[in-house]
Ligand binder design. Structure first.
Ligand code: HEM
Length: 220
């Protein structure tokens, strides 16, 4: 999900666009890997397939990949600024939409295949495992970002688009809380600590950049 200024900057020449296009297709296909893995394991049963509890496997796998794609989306701007590879901005909408798509799969697996749309059963589960509410909040916040991701919406909303899309920082924090809370119950915080550190670094980078820009503007 690029910023408005990035969209303007990335309105590259047709030659530059055609150079990035094959790479975008390759990245799009590569990002289908988690889904392909679930399908292959489920259909072939190799390596123990989806295990003794396939629904749990799918919920966990799609949840983890939602987080991975959120982190990749958040990492694009810092990496672009540090390396000067401006074309990276052209991948952000795709990675953001992948994060949303995996969140949809994660949510759907839970409400459909795990709970069979049984609201009473879900409420009972949320009572027992409140971390689910935090995941739900992150998912709800992702919806307006996905809906406003087309370029036409970026142009239409102008500065408001950037303000709205800052919700990605809150979403990332909620996703870590969701993950941490779930794993804390199992006394297994290794992965949440890794992902938590990644998100802290990415959000910290933004905070420092923002403070620096503000200081420079004040001096000017
Ligand atoms: C941005 C949104 C979300 C993210 C990033 C996310 C991420 C995650 C992650 C990383 C896990 C742990 C996976 C693992 O064990 O390796 C997880 C588990 C789980 N999530 Fe989410 N989640 C999100 C939204 C939701 C929503 C909307 C629901 C349901 C309403 C939900 C329900 C669950 C449940 C029930 C588990 C535990 C599965 C189990 O115990 O086997 N999550 N999620």
């Amino acid at each position: 999900m690029p910023t408005a200024s990035e969209i303007k900057r990335s309105s590259a020449t047709p030659q530059a666009r055609s150079r990035v296009a094959p790479l975008k297709v390759a990245v799009f296909i590569a990002m289908l890997y988690p889904l392909a893995r679930i399908l292959v394991l489920g259909l072939t049963g190799i390596n123990g397939g989806l295990g003794a509890n396939p629904i749990e496997f799918i919920t966990r796998s799609t949840g983890l990949w939602t987080l991975v794609y959120l982190c990749i989306t958040l990492a694009i701007t810092p990496v672009r600024r540090m390396t000067g590879i401006t074309a990276l901005a052209r991948f952000r909408r795709m990675t953001g939409l992948y994060a949303f798509s995996f969140a949809v799969l994660h949510f759907t697996t839970y409400i459909w295949f795990d709970k069979w749309f049984d609201v009473a059963e879900m409420l009972k589960d949320i009572g027992k495992r409140p971390f689910i509410t935090v995941g739900f909040a992150a998912f709800v916040l992702l919806i307006p970002l996905a809906v406003t991701s087309p370029k036409a919406m970026v142009r239409k909303l102008g500065r408001r688009w950037q303000t709205l899309h800052r919700a990605i920082y809150l979403i990332a924090a909620l996703a870590i809380l969701h993950f941490w809370w779930m794993k804390a119950g199992k006394h297994d915080l290794e992965l949440p600590k890794i992902y938590g550190s990644i998100v802290i670094v990415l959000l910290g980078w933004r905070a420092i950049t923002w403070l620096r820009t503000r200081a420079t503007r004040r001096r000017a």
